[in-house]
Design a binder for this molecule. Structure first.
Ligand SMILES: [Zn+2]
Length: 80
């Protein structure tokens, strides 16, 4: 299967994000890095060819709510 340019960019950015996040746990958290990660998140969510999955989350012990999110970039999709 051929990988589109967008998918490649999303993969690279996602990997970069994971590396930065792991590093942030070990070292001080820099404001600039958080800003950068937010920018990358926006970029990934814009380029991602969303793979929407359905999930149920517990709102209270008696009630569950249905949510939809992307399996690749973890963006929550709102349908309302
Ligand atoms: Zn996505």
């Amino acid at each position: 299967m051929e990988t589109s340019e967008e998918e490649t960019i999303v993969d690279v950015l996602s990997e970069f994000k994971t590396k930065i996040r792991n590093k942030m746990i070990l070292e001080n958290t820099y404001e600039e890095l958080i800003e950068l990660l937010n920018q990358i998140d926006k970029c990934v969510q814009k380029l991602c060819i969303h793979d929407i999955v359905e999930d149920w989350i517990d709102i209270t012990p008696e009630r569950s709510g249905r949510i939809f999110y992307c399996n690749k970039c973890y963006k929550t999709i709102e349908f309302e």
